[in-house]
Ligand binder design. Sequence first.
Ligand SMILES: [Zn+2]
Length: 161
Amino acid sequence: MTPENPPEYGMRGHRVPALTAEFIQQVTVRVRDVLGIRKRSFQGKNPEKLLSSLEKHGINIDVIHDAEWIDATKATVDPQKGMIYVPEKLYSEICRGKAKAVRIFLHELGHIVLGHKPLLHFSERMPVENEDSEWQADYFADAMIELLGLPKAEAQLELVF
Ligand SMILES: [Zn+2]
């Protein structure tokens, strides 16, 4: 493989403007401070506080009955509306601080705070990792988990927003 022919990157999500890892890390710090997210936000009765703080900043969580949801272990997001949709089962796991569920929540939050919308569909240049909305959201979630000192989860399965 030569530098002129880098391996083709397999996009998992939409192609969005590139963000560096460093930039995303800075975003996690700002989001933590603005929303007041802490490790304990995912413990005890604190998730309710977190949700009202999110609401004040125009980010809403819609909890959907499991029966109306195709897969109760996944969430979805509408970044432009600031809406995160979660089934009841996943929501209760987020509130109980279950690592995998918290990571899914932070991933979806990442799509919102990173301002994801599909772009650059007509670029002639091959896409690269840091233009992948899924990579960016995963990176945001992992950086926030690191920043808050939350327990680590295994990598989540692919989600489509
Ligand atoms: Zn995603």
